[in-house]
Write a new protein. Structure first.
Length: 329
């Protein structure tokens, strides 16, 4: 019996083939009992297809070649932000992480290039910057000032994307980096718009302990006041509207008892009506009050909570006794 070949895996009897497209006009057959089939030989005999040597495998560019390309782009005054070479910033940062996620060492040339990338306004995305920061380890503080300066100098709103990347990665600095604020960081935390691009910097104010508490309460109050004003004026309602306030609340909660001196001020902000009532339904506000020293028995149970009063008190007391940082938001 002969079969018409459609593929090495599918054979049909000639009578099974429709002829409306002339598929059955030419037939190549093999004996069913042959026990083997040579598709390459058959194709060679009946078609002009041929096997060709595989193309050379693509060579993954290494860090020096990427760095050289980036440096040439930065040296070119005619290069714009959408220059193809500047798209290599992310892959360049990626080279500082090995397959296991461990950081690779930065050389002096890498550090110099890193500083140029951060400072150049044509570089608009910094995704992956945590790689070089982790690679620098205890020396990463050298990037701190230029990163803060770039966020502070970012145009509103056009500079947002670069500023958000840099602001996020300020949180990747080694532990203890922000125990003492720099003047630039003080200025950034006082900026009601740009600090929303650096919530990790706000959260890291825990490293200053009680000294940071008054500023954190001020950020919460200002952020919700600004949100209220924008909504009254029907301005934007972007999702990052109070991201700075939420970061400050988290930092206050984490500092906890050491920040007890601001409890009265924090309560005043919550009672001012600036923070929407639906926001205060979130249990973490009550938990933050408790962490600052307000007696649990005196806490107001969120109106829409399904917990009974006793359950609310029990839950909060348990969370205080078995403190888990994740409960701070």
């Amino acid at each position: 019996m002969s079969y018409t070949l459609l593929s090495p895996w599918l054979r049909l009897r000639p009578t099974d083939l429709a002829t409306s497209f002339d598929w059955a006009r030419t037939r190549y057959t093999v004996e069913a009992a042959a026990g083997h089939f040579d598709p390459i030989g058959l194709l060679a005999e009946t078609t002009d297809l041929a096997l060709r040597p595989a193309a050379e495998p693509a060579v993954e560019p290494d860090r020096p070649s990427i760095a050289a390309t980036l440096a040439r782009a930065l040296d070119d005054p005619g290069a714009t932000a959408d220059a193809p070479a500047l798209r290599l910033v992310g892959p360049y940062f990626k080279t500082f992480e090995d397959a296991k996620g461990g950081a690779r060492k930065l050389g002096p040339d890498d550090l110099a290039l890193m500083l140029r990338l951060i400072a150049d306004p044509r570089v608009t995305r910094f995704h992956g910057l945590w790689g070089p920061i982790h690679a620098l380890g205890s020396e990463a503080g050298v990037l701190r000032a230029p990163m803060v300066a770039r966020v502070l100098g970012a145009a509103i709103p056009d500079g947002r994307w670069a500023a958000e990347d840099l602001g996020r990665d300020l949180g990747a600095m080694p532990a203890g980096t922000y125990a003492v604020l720099s003047p630039g960081e003080e200025q950034l935390l006082a900026d009601p718009v740009r600090r929303r691009w650096a919530p990790r910097l706000i959260e890291r104010q825990t490293e200053r302990g009680a000294a940071a508490a008054p500023g954190l309460v001020r950020i919460i109050a200002q952020s919700y006041e600004e949100l209220k004003r924008r909504r009254a004026d029907r301005q934007d309602r972007s999702s990052d509207g109070v991201i700075d306030a939420l970061a400050a609340r988290k930092a206050l909660c984490l500092i906890g008892p050491a920040a007890s001196s601001v409890l009265a001020d924090f309560e005043a902000v919550l009672a001012s009506g600036t923070i929407p009532a639906y926001s205060l339904e979130d249990w973490v506000w009550s938990f933050t009050l408790a962490r600052l020293g307000k007696p649990v028995a005196d806490l107001a149970k969120p109106e829409h909570s399904r917990l009974t009063r006793d359950e609310f008190v029990s839950r909060t007391e348990f969370a205080l006794r078995h403190f888990n940082p994740n409960r701070c938001g």
